[in-house]
Design a protein around this ligand. Structure first.
Ligand code: GUN
Length: 301
């Protein structure tokens, strides 16, 4: 029997896959506890950005669930850059703190780069320090940005081996686009990065087996950008106002894209939960590296 309804893409279940990652982290935390090693994560929030408050609360909750000790630090909106740098120096020196996360964005009067580079790279669980960025590009095992790591896990669980696939990353931020492209390259994909100055971005995107979108524009990518059967990872989380109130949408027009793609991450419930899971994984790895129970390995040059 033929169907008049074309098949819709299946959802990539970030909640289920992140639960698997959290289980893996919990198990390894228990192994460390038997050696009297207790990973701890310090989270610093400056000011009262409501979205950041929600993210920080979720990070602290999930940490507790896997047995990672968390320390919450708060500074007022008017805190000086020096106040932030002093706290980071104190946390760098504290051997009981394994991971340091400064929630971004920071208030406009604070230089974000100065703060990121003040964090000891071995405690930089965001993977934003230039030493970790450089290591990632060279294929050394370093602390790697959480959202791209989470996206890679979603892709591996969905596609298996990624070798030889053509991946298009839309967006070139330091937090997502650039590290994502690097990780895909390390997984032996052919990688294109499409951005606001790209000529005919939809045509480039239609060549992709894998599309990762991180542009911060609600529902920008629809079916017309996709090759039939493409796997779509939507990093965007945007709140839009509709006739019936507000709702969260991604950078991809989900209803349209799923008529062409073979698999797609929903928003919410796709990439979001993976970011926190990989933050906790990074905290675990940081504590293992600091205590010498894990050694770095390198990719072949
Ligand atoms: N704000 C939005 N995303 C992130 C992230 O991945 N890390 C930090 N520190 N702040 C963020």
């Amino acid at each position: 029997m033929t169907s008049t309804n074309p098949a819709l893409a299946r959802d990539i279940d970030g909640k289920a896959i992140s639960a698997k990652v959290l289980d893996e982290v919990r198990e390894e935390v228990q192994v460390l506890a038997r050696q009297q090693i207790y990973p701890a994560l310090a989270v610093l929030l400056v000011g009262e950005d409501p979205a950041s408050e929600v993210y920080v609360r979720n990070k602290l909750l999930r940490a507790k669930e896997v047995g990672i000790r968390s320390l919450e630090y708060r500074l007022p909106e008017i805190a000086s850059q020096n106040d932030v740098l002093q706290l980071i120096a104190q946390l760098n020196a504290d051997v009981t703190v394994n991971g340091i996360l400064v929630q971004l964005p920071l208030p406009a009067h604070i230089d974000e780069a100065a703060v990121i580079h003040a964090i000891d790279p071995i405690k930089d669980v965001d993977g934003f320090h230039r030493e970790n960025v450089g290591g990632l590009v060279q294929g050394i095992e370093v602390l790697t940005p959480c959202t791209p790591s989470g996206c890679m896990r979603l892709l591996q669980e969905t596609c298996g081996d990624l070798s030889g696939l053509h991946a298009v990353v839309i967006g070139r931020s330091n937090i997502v686009g650039k590290p994502m492209a690097t990780l895909l390259l390390q997984a032996d994909c052919s990688v294109s990065v499409v951005h606001s100055r790209s000529v005919d971005a939809p045509t480039l995107c239609r060549m992709a087996d894998i599309v990762v979108v991180a542009v911060g524009r609600p529902q920008m990518i629809d079916a017309s950008w996709l090759k039939p059967g493409a796997v779509v990872i939507d990093v965007g989380i945007n709140r839009i106002t509709t006739a019936s109130g507000t709702r969260l949408v991604g950078d991809v027009d989900y209803a349209s894209a799923r008529t062409v793609a073979s698999a797609i991450t929903p928003v919410p419930g796709g990439v979001g939960p993976m970011t926190i899971a990989y933050l906790l994984k990074n905290t675990l790895v940081a504590s293992q590296l600091q205590r010498g129970v894990r050694t770095r390995h390198s990719m072949p040059l």
